[in-house]
Design a protein around this ligand. Structure first.
Ligand SMILES: C[S@@+](CC[C@H](N)C(=O)[O-])C[C@H]1O[C@@H](n2cnc3c(N)ncnc32)[C@H](O)[C@@H]1O
Length: 266
């Protein structure tokens, strides 16, 4: 890392992929990266997602042997009422970037290595890299320097396909990875026989004609409460809706994902 000076601190911000909820998902590379940090930032996402902060705390307690400072912070909440949707998300990312900047300025005014433990892999439906980019741009204005580095993690894709023991793609075929919102608004994409859906709070698979579709659904992948259901969508769709609602009520939160396969390949 380049030398730092009080006037122009240099921060190396490392986004460390931690997998999807099981301490065993952590790679040796992730553990090594964690132990290089001067400051580890742990987001708190509200009482209903306390388990998720607990996992990050447990990872630090188990794997952090270097004398890093561990600081927890409350994640700014997204204003779900603001429209259009993408404007609301952009404002939210600005607020998170401001929070990170303030924490770093408070705890590492002299610069150093800062680690953030990112759910799954930082490249997949995660905005940490976009938020880090904001920090970098703001830093360029005030004279500080930020280097962003990524340690890859096991993502929902790997955990979902492994849990069901299925390949992600059919032979030499493309795959669409998308969100519940996108599936609901756009339906099935022509030309693919496999769609993976994440970030779906409302079982968007219900909006598809179920014939000829097979679903592989999972919730809490990698955690003790992991749930798996699979079968023809026409037979099992309703069961998934009920199981999802019950699990959400029991635990107070849920993270689920599913793979839909069309045709004989299913
Ligand atoms: C904000 S995205 C983060 C994805 C993450 N970066 C990754 O690599 O998997 C959150 C979505 O990932 C999926 N997800 C994350 N963890 C999961 C888990 N343990 N079980 C099932 N789905 C999960 C869900 O679709 C959830 O809505």
């Amino acid at each position: 890392m380049p030398a730092t000076s009080p006037a122009a601190p240099t921060i190396a911000l490392r986004l460390i992929g931690i997998g999807t909820g099981n301490p065993g998902h952590l790679t040796l590379q992730a553990i090594a990266a964690l132990n290089c940090a001067d400051l580890v930032l742990i987001p708190r996402k509200g009482a209903d997602k306390a388990d998720l902060a607990d996992l990050r705390r447990m990872i630090c307690a188990t794997h952090l042997s270097a004398p890093a400072q561990v600081v927890e912070f409350d994640m700014p909440m997204r204003d779900a009422t603001s429209a259009p949707y993408l404007d609301g998300v952009n404002d939210w990312h600005d607020a998170i970037a401001a929070t990170w900047a303030s924490l770093i300025a408070t705890h590492r005014p002299q610069g150093g290595r800062v680690a953030l433990l990112v759910w799954g892999d930082p490249s997949l439906y995660d905005s940490s890299l976009r938020i880090a980019e904001r920090l970098k741009r703001n830093g360029e204005r005030d004279g500080s320097t930020l280097h962003v580095e990524v340690t890859p993690g096991l993502s929902t894709l790997q955990l979902l396909t492994a849990a069901h023991a299925i390949p992600l793609n059919t032979l030499a075929a493309p795959v669409l990875i998308t969100t519940g919102r996108h599936l609901r608004e756009n339906g099935w994409l022509a030309g693919v026989d496999t769609i993976v859906v994440m970030l779906d709070g409302a079982c968007a698979f219900q909006t598809l004609p179920p014939d000829d579709l097979h679903i592989y659904w999972a919730a809490y992948l990698g955690m003790p409460q992991q749930l798996l259901l699979s079968g023809p969508l026409a037979d099992i769709g309703e069961r998934i809706v009920i199981a999802r609602a019950a699990a959400r009520a029991e635990h107070g939160w849920i993270m689920d994902a599913y793979l839909l396969r069309r045709g004989t390949a299913a």
